[in-house]
Design a binder for this molecule. Structure first.
Ligand SMILES: *Cc1c(COP(=O)(O)O)cnc(C)c1O
Length: 368
């Protein structure tokens, strides 16, 4: 974030999205992936400007609700769409068919039957496989996807339903993994999925490996190793002929780095030995640190020397949970100083409880 730009915004708080930096990042990811298809998971940040900036550099968009379906189709009329997510309603399934979602990720045998009642569809079956990824931040088992028994049940029903076409398997099993761990998980998934799909007579199999590529909030400059991942992924299924279509659908690792939440200091005080910096806004705009229990990285953009003290940065909400960064090193801040919280481009504004306390909404700026 250019400090001069952040200081000159005039009204705080404000979200700033660097669309050019985002497009450059997505272009590099796309190039590193080679034959692997890249769908963007809209739930990370469905901002229309972000979708438009990403569109030239992704193969499609993954949506997880009727709302996302309608919004992404309106914003990108020609994008390839995949529709996933648990608990799809009949209305949403019908909408997916009407809006030409090219793949539907089926979550249960019952959902498959409801879809079959609505019309022809091309599906991936979402698998909940018993593979482990030791360092995962989130493990997506529980209600998501199906075990082998339910998958077999779906395959039998599809065999009896000519207008439903089985295209492949979807498996989003974990998140927060680095490239070697993601590759290891991919090998486990394809070595189960490809023989299984062959046994079902699927001729051009597709495997969607999900998202979840690691984003390290303690190091804003670190990036997932897309080069290694993209180069080695196809070899995870080299033995398979014809080679399957591999597809991924990351969200966070695409958009996290190119958003900032910029705001100014309202008050600084020391209470019972602890120093608090109270900024305009808070976690009702930037819920990420509260949701993930981390310190949101930030830069002080008004001129200052190096940190001289330790403080907790909080917002304006009347709850002790409104903490943006806890006991972090800061220079001696005063009201009017401007702070830019980084890594606020994914799961930030769109997951925030914005109406809580009825403070004004942030301004939005897009760098092109
Ligand atoms: C959330 C989600 C993603 C994106 O995950 P990221 O951690 O943002 O990369 C992809 N696929 C599915 C099914 C998801 O639920």
């Amino acid at each position: 974030m250019n400090p001069e730009f952040a200081r000159g915004l005039g009204r705080y708080p404000a979200y700033v999205y660097d669309l050019r930096g985002l497009a450059d990042h997505a272009r590099a990811v796309r190039a590193a992936l080679g034959p692997t298809e890249l769908f963007y998971a809209a739930k990370a940040n469905p901002d229309a400007e972000i979708l438009r900036a990403l569109a030239p550099h992704v193969d499609g968009v993954e949506v997880s609700s009727g709302g996302e379906l309608a919004h992404v189709r309106r914003t990108l009329p020609h994008a390839r769409l995949a529709f996933g997510g648990p608990g799809k309603t009949d209305e949403e399934l019908a909408q997916a068919l009407a809006l030409n979602a090219e793949r539907i990720h089926v979550e249960s045998p019952r959902e498959l039957s409801r879809l079959a009642d609505l019309g022809p569809a091309d599906v991936l079956l979402r698998a909940n496989l018993p593979f482990t990824a030791p360092n995962a931040v989130l493990t997506m088992s529980g209600p998501f996807g199906m075990d082998e028994e339910a998958l077999n049940e779906c395959a039998r029903r599809i065999a009896d339903t000519p207008h439903i076409t089985l295209r492949g398997v979807h498996a989003h099993l974990a998140s927060g993994l680095d490239a070697p761990a993601m590759l290891d998980l991919a090998r486990q998934i394809t070595s189960w999925a490809l023989p299984w799909l062959r046994a079902q007579g699927v001729r051009a199999p597709e495997v969607n490996l999900g998202g979840g590529m690691a984003v390290d909030y303690t190091d804003p400059h670190a990036r997932f190793d897309w080069t290694t991942y993209g180069a080695e992924l196809p070899s995870s299924s080299r033995q398979a002929l014809p080679p399957p279509v591999l597809r991924i659908e990351p969200g966070r690792a695409i958009t996290a780095y190119h958003g900032w939440y910029v705001t100014d200091v309202l008050d600084v005080k020391t209470t019972r030995g602890a120093t608090y910096v109270i900024v305009r806004g808070g976690t009702h705009h930037l819920r990420t640190p509260a949701a993930k229990g981390h310190d949101q990285p930030f830069d002080v953009v008004t001129p200052h020397g190096p940190p001289t003290t330790t403080a907790t940065l909080v917002g304006q909400l009347c709850t002790p949970k409104d903490v943006l960064a806890r006991e972090v090193p800061v220079p001696s801040l005063a009201p009017g100083d401007v702070v830019a919280f980084g890594m606020a481009g994914a799961y930030a504004w769109n997951i925030s409880h914005r109406d809580f306390l009825m403070h004004p909404a942030p301004a939005f700026h897009y760098l092109r």
